[in-house]
Design a protein around this ligand. Structure first.
Ligand SMILES: NC(=O)c1ccc[n+]([C@@H]2O[C@H](COP(=O)([O-])OP(=O)(O)OC[C@H]3O[C@@H](n4cnc5c(N)ncnc54)[C@H](O)[C@@H]3O)[C@@H](O)[C@H]2O)c1
Length: 334
């Protein structure tokens, strides 16, 4: 479909730099343009990555015939206007997660995209997390029998600056910004979510308005239990498991230094009773380039994206259910 592609990065902040360190800036058949409300940022990014040029206004981006795709890397409170304008202008869309702050906003985006017929990929890099991808494959092969418990953890110490500290701009706290990544791979492994129960903490990072720690208990429709703990308030020097999947006949873990499998029914994954180490832990340094290669490949081949707008909406649905559970003290059924 697209042998040569013009891609305009909209919002030249933190994640946009990560995008520029991928195929987007390294492939000669992609012309990479930049736009930011802060024009100096666009200018400096264009120089740093030898971009094809910058735009002075968003309107110029949308009316330019050189631009096939907009890569939207703006704060969460701008996802709706920037994405809907792009859809109406007929530009294909690469939108950073979360799709939006609320399901209502997500539905506005999905409607505009549906009405215009452009393609939408939501950049959920953890969908490409090798430990989760391999876990899915090994669950399907029956290596650990019937899975019953899936755990995801992300424990950091981080003080979010600027818009991330403002609950309304962010759409919440750590759950919508960081936790949504792990909801995506919990759903990839557990399937459809039936109910969500959540607790939030906010004792440590006082400069942010939203929760700094979120704990979710998920029940999947197939009876599997999912647990997620995501925090920006944990000062720990210890390794902690990013992922653990427990099944009737074995377990799989990403311990932070590698991915391990222990099967009681498949000798390939049993080292005299101990787990077998399959590969190193690979986080964003791997997943962001992988998601961008997937995006470019799908634009070229016309294949379906691995993370569609509806997938991103389903991730956000769990976030929203988490908020409602905290407000009501109840399990929320989806
Ligand atoms: N996949 C990941 O791991 C990951 C990591 C970080 C951020 N993100 C996502 O990327 C998006 C941006 O986050 P960030 O950390 O890069 O933010 P950031 O604050 O570092 O950068 C945002 C940039 O957008 C610009 N901007 C603001 N409003 C704009 C508008 N209307 N039009 C054009 N430019 C505008 C700002 O000037 C700024 O340069 C968010 O959706 C965030 O959740 C994803």
């Amino acid at each position: 479909m697209y042998e040569n592609m013009g891609v305009a990065i909209i919002g030249c902040g933190g994640i946009a730099h990560a995008h520029c360190n991928t195929v987007l800036a390294k492939d000669d058949t992609i012309q990479l343009y930049m736009y930011d409300v802060d024009l100096e940022k666009a200018e400096s990014m264009c120089q740093q990555y030898s971009g094809a040029g910058i735009f002075d206004t968003y309107q110029e981006v949308l009316s330019s015939e050189k631009v096939d795709v907009v890569d939207i890397c703006v704060p969460h409170d701008f996802h709706v206007p920037v994405t809907i304008a792009a859809a109406r202008a007929g530009k294909h869309i690469l939108l950073e997660k979360p799709i939006a702050r609320t399901l209502r906003e997500a539905d506005q985006i999905l409607k505009a995209v549906g009405d215009s017929g452009v393609r939408l990929f939501v950049a959920e890099c953890w969908h490409f997390y090798p430990s989760a991808v391999k876990s899915r494959e090994l669950i399907d092969q029956g290596v650990i029998g019937v899975p019953f418990l899936i755990q995801a953890n992300s424990l950091q110490y981080h003080t979010p600056p600027e818009w991330r500290a403002v609950k309304d701009k962010m759409g919440g706290g750590v759950l919508i910004d960081r936790g949504i990544h792990f909801i995506n791979y919990l759903r990839m492994l557990g399937g459809k979510v039936e109910s969500v129960s959540a607790t939030f903490n906010h004792q440590t990072i006082h400069s942010m308005e939203g929760e700094d720690t979120a704990s979710l208990l998920l029940k999947f429709q197939n009876g599997v239990t999912g647990q997620l703990t995501v925090s920006w308030a944990t000062r720990t020097a210890m390794n902690w498991p990013w992922l653990a999947v427990y099944g009737s006949e074995g377990n799989m873990y990403d311990t932070g230094d590698g991915f391990y499998v222990q099967s009681f029914i498949n000798e390939r994954y049993n080292d005299k009773g101990k787990p077998v180490r399959l590969f190193d832990t690979m986080l964003e340094d791997y997943t962001i380039p992988a998601e961008m290669e997937h995006f470019v490949e799908c634009m070229r081949s016309g294949e379906k994206f691995k993370v569609t707008g509806l997938d991103a909406r389903a991730d956000l649905e769990v976030v929203e259910a988490g908020h409602r559970s905290v407000e009501t003290g109840k399990f929320i059924y989806l």
